[in-house]
Design a protein around this ligand. Structure first.
Ligand SMILES: [Zn+2]
Length: 98
């Protein structure tokens, strides 16, 4: 990765596309808005993302740009933290493919 991919990642971070949704129980998921406007759901502790790139590359040990964006956004403190209810987090964790 890097070069073109790094630019993609930086644009995601720039657009403040990285959100962390936190439920009252402390369950948390990250959401990244992709370049097409689609939302991707990521579990940063498990390094999981529901995008196609992740599915196709994780066995080679590559992270998708969404996970990389979250790691960068966290390191520079640009994650938009949102308090949500338990149902919203639960629904995201069902990982519907779309
Ligand atoms: Zn992804």
């Amino acid at each position: 990765m890097f070069d073109k991919d790094a630019q993609n990642v930086l644009s995601l971070v720039d657009r403040e596309a990285v959100s962390q949704l936190v439920a009252p129980s402390g369950r948390t998921v990250h959401q990244v808005v992709g370049s097409t406007g689609a939302y991707y759901t990521c579990l940063i502790e498990e390094l999981y993302c529901n995008c196609t790139y992740y599915k196709n590359h994780i066995l080679q040990g590559e992270l998708c740009k969404h996970l990389v964006s979250i790691l960068i956004a966290r390191s520079i403190g640009s994650v938009d933290v949102r308090r949500v209810n338990e149902e919203q987090v639960a629904r995201l964790l069902t990982f519907s493919d779309d």
